[in-house]
Design a protein around this ligand. Structure first.
Ligand SMILES: Nc1ncnc2c1ncn2[C@@H]1O[C@H](COP(=O)(O)OP(=O)(O)OP(=O)(O)O)[C@@H](O)[C@H]1O
Length: 104
């Protein structure tokens, strides 16, 4: 399956099947629901990390809007196996994808 963005829609080209147009807005709504669900399950440590990273994203976005500053922030998330790093990344990714069209 291949997805092509354009004109406010996603064109989903299903191999060997029907071609479907999906509204980009629907994607955002789906991501917002997922983000809300994941965030509601964050434990205390994951919540601190989530809030810290989102504050930094908001700050760098504000600087970029004000003066074109393109500085980027990096985070190093450390934790033993199974402590919830991937879960946290999924919450962050869903939250950002619910707001903007591209998260890399
Ligand atoms: N806040 C949470 N609420 C519910 N389940 C959680 C939460 N955090 C993590 N989990 C679950 O715990 C398990 C381990 O979490 P996760 O895979 O995110 O850990 P990890 O730190 O990325 O592990 P690894 O370093 O081994 O890849 C997963 O099944 C995940 O869904």
């Amino acid at each position: 399956m291949r997805r092509i963005a354009g004109m406010g829609h996603w064109f989903t080209e299903a191999v060997g099947g029907a071609n479907i147009w999906e509204r980009r807005e629907d994607k955002h709504v789906a991501q917002q629901h997922l983000a809300s669900s994941l965030q509601s399950h964050l434990n205390a440590d994951q919540r601190v990390a989530f809030d810290t990273m989102m504050e930094c994203v908001a700050f760098t976005t504000m600087l970029a809007a004000m003066d074109g500053n393109s500085d980027k922030a990096s985070f190093y998330l450390h934790g033993a196996g199974g402590t919830g790093k991937t879960f946290l990344y999924r919450a962050l990714s869903a939250h950002l994808q619910g707001k903007v069209s591209r998260v890399s």
